[in-house]
Design a protein around this ligand. Structure first.
Ligand code: VGL
Ligand code: ZN
Length: 203
């Protein structure tokens, strides 16, 4: 059984958004095209409280891009983004949300970030995504969405660690690239961990 994981295709990650992925909107038609080929489609949604510890604005004198220690973990500071119940946190208009069978929200704990759709960055608190997949006897996950070098990468790496066959749709994901090359490095990390890459045309 396959599941399509649609990672964080939210307004704040699109051009014009608070944490924009360059050309991020281009993944939308790709994802809409492949969605009907999956009998299980789960979306993740970055869903932060306004006082989230990953926001530079919550640390006086700090700017986005700086790295701090947050509850013992290295944390890149971001602009405020995907604040719960704001338009920036909504799924992209144009994304076929009617094709989703479930939504998993993450990043709600102000003390820890959550890039992966499975666990917080401390690796301790589960989001419930694994449970959904196990209950449906999923053995393979197909991962697409934003951003390739953060939430897509860590979702794919956790899926591999959990024993799911893991495929990233290369043209269904784009990177934010705080540093140039982060996107390609992220894909290489997924390959090195045993994942595979495909183009959406295979569906
Ligand atoms: C993401 C940075 C901060 C992502 C979420 O969805 O890739 N990146 N929060
Ligand atoms: Zn976030």
């Amino acid at each position: 059984m396959d599941a399509l994981l649609v990672v964080d295709v939210q307004n704040d990650f699109l051009p014009g958004g608070a944490l924009a992925v360059p050309r991020g909107d281009r993944v939308i038609p790709v994802i809409n095209r492949i969605m009907p080929h999956f009998s299980l489609v789960i979306a993740t949604q970055d869903w932060h409280p306004a006082d989230h510890g990953s926001f530079a604005s919550n640390h006086s004198g700090r700017s986005p891009g700086e790295v701090i220690q947050l509850e013992g973990l290295q944390q890149i500071l971001w602009p405020d983004h995907c604040v719960q119940n704001t338009p920036g946190a909504s799924f992209a208009s144009g994304l076929d949300v009617a094709g989703f069978h479930g939504v998993v929200r993450k990043g709600s704990d102000p003390r820890v970030d959550s890039y992966s759709g499975f666990f917080d960055n401390g690796g301790t608190r589960a989001t419930g995504l694994e449970r959904i997949l196990r209950d449906r006897a999923v053995t393979r996950v197909i991962v697409c969405g934003l951003a390739q070098d953060y939430c897509v990468k860590f979702t794919a790496l956790d899926a591999l660690r959990l024993g799911f066959e893991t495929v990233v749709v290369e043209d269904g994901t784009l990177p934010v690239e705080v540093s140039p090359g982060d996107g390609d490095r992220a894909l290489q990390e997924v390959l090195d961990a045993g994942g595979t890459l495909v183009e959406h045309g295979v569906w």
